[in-house]
Design a binder for this molecule. Structure first.
Ligand SMILES: NC(=O)c1ccc[n+]([C@@H]2O[C@H](COP(=O)([O-])OP(=O)(O)OC[C@H]3O[C@@H](n4cnc5c(N)ncnc54)[C@H](O)[C@@H]3O)[C@@H](O)[C@H]2O)c1
Length: 360
């Protein structure tokens, strides 16, 4: 295996997960950049002995890492990814959601393609044991051919957190191509996260190119929204998100990432197989290795062999395209065909034009 060195751009809360992955893989963190002293302090104290910088461009030029994690908030994903790609790194792990708009997402893909860089977007639940087990169950044929999937997200915003749910609903179906979305969102709140206004609830209907489809509801974490949007939501379960995959003969049900794992439970998410009247809890092993560690391990594999990465930049872009398609559908009040050609963020544009006025 080649020798690797890593650098982290953005040393806030989530950077711990990235630093932990590099440590688990014995990859030294040689540089850390953050505009805030608190982040640099965290890196100096906990991430080995990286050289610390307030300017990530200076860091890239001086320490010349071959791996970079971009763990800033999404408004600052595009520029550091492009800079890292142009600085000659081999692999970039960028946090989700990929970007603020499809124009930014395309720019990130272009820079990585032109500089022969492997880019991954951290929808790391891909590797979570409960999700792997659910995917295997869907693929096993136990429920026959899959017809459609329901997905429910506690996430207030489909952009900031719901991106995990969008990624996972496609992943559970084997990453089908989305051809159309029809959606409506609620942006009438002051809700802000990661420095920008966010939608706080909505519904979407996605059609895939193979004839299957998905119903997606989110905002279940917003005050009062759960009762309004989905009266049957299981408040005892309180999962980060939930999925029901419907097949010819039955269903696979997954309450993903339970906030409170019941004492008697042996697994971090509730997985059930329902065939006819028979409903069984499915056991699966607890994860041994962290999800981001597995993401980085696959990144090294992709760099060395050219193997496609399950969380490739294109895969992250596909989730972003659904998010931006949802916003555009809400702006147009109609269905949006894929590929989505809009380059702006329709939700933020609606905030600016007064459709969703601040303080409403
Ligand atoms: N994959 C997941 O499960 C998961 C979980 C939580 C957060 N995230 C994502 O991780 C990202 C960061 O989240 P967080 O909770 O760590 O946020 P945070 O606010 O705690 O940390 C972000 C850090 O980036 C720094 N920063 C901002 N602009 C910068 C710049 N231009 N150059 C260098 N540093 C800069 C900030 O000072 C801060 O220290 C977000 O995109 C978020 O959506 C992902």
């Amino acid at each position: 295996m080649q020798e690797y060195t890593a650098a982290i751009i953005g040393c806030g809360r989530m950077s711990r997960g990235h630093a932990g992955a590099y440590k688990a893989l014995d990859i030294p963190i040689v540089g850390a950049a953050d505009i805030a002293e608190e982040g640099l302090q965290r890196a100096r104290e906990h991430y080995g002995s990286p050289k610390t910088y307030t300017d990530y461009r200076e860091m890239l030029a001086e320490v010349r890492p071959n791996l970079v994690s971009v763990v800033t908030a999404e408004m600052a994903h595009c520029a550091p990814v492009v800079a890292a790609a142009e600085a000659g790194v081999k692999g970039i792990v960028c946090e989700k959601p990929m970007a603020m708009s499809l124009a930014e997402g395309k720019e990130m893909l272009r820079a990585c393609r032109e500089n022969d860089v492997v880019l991954t977007i951290s929808h790391q639940r891909q590797y979570g044991a409960q999700y792997v087990a659910a995917r295997e169950l869907v693929e096993s044929g136990e429920i026959g051919d899959v017809r459609f999937i329901e997905a429910y997200a506690m996430a207030p915003s489909i952009h900031t957190d719901g991106t995990h749910t969008i990624h996972m609903l496609r992943s559970l179906l084997g990453d089908p191509t989305v051809v159309r979305v029809m959606a409506q969102i609620d942006g009438n709140s002051d809700y802000e996260y990661f420095g920008h206004r966010c939608d706080h609830a909505g519904n979407a209907f996605l059609s895939f190119d193979d004839g299957r489809y998905a119903h997606l509801t989110w905002g279940l974490g917003a005050p009062g929204a759960a009762e309004r949007l989905h009266p049957a939501w299981d408040f005892d379960t309180q999962a980060y998100h939930a999925f029901v995959v419907h097949g010819e003969y039955g269903r696979v049900e997954l309450d993903g990432d339970l906030y409170a794992v019941p004492e008697e439970a042996s697994c971090p998410g509730g997985l059930r197989l329902a065939v006819g009247r028979d409903i069984r809890d499915i056991e699966y092993p607890w994860p041994g290795e962290g999800s981001i560690t597995m993401e980085v391990r696959d990144l090294l594999q992709s760099i060395e062999t050219g193997a496609p990465h399950p969380l490739s930049g294109e895969n992250g872009y596909a989730a972003l395209e659904v998010i931006m398609g949802i916003y555009e559908s809400s702006r147009r009040r109609g269905a949006v065909e894929f590929p989505v050609e809009v380059t702006d963020n329709a939700f933020l544009a609606m905030c600016e034009s007064g459709v969703f006025p601040a303080g409403s």
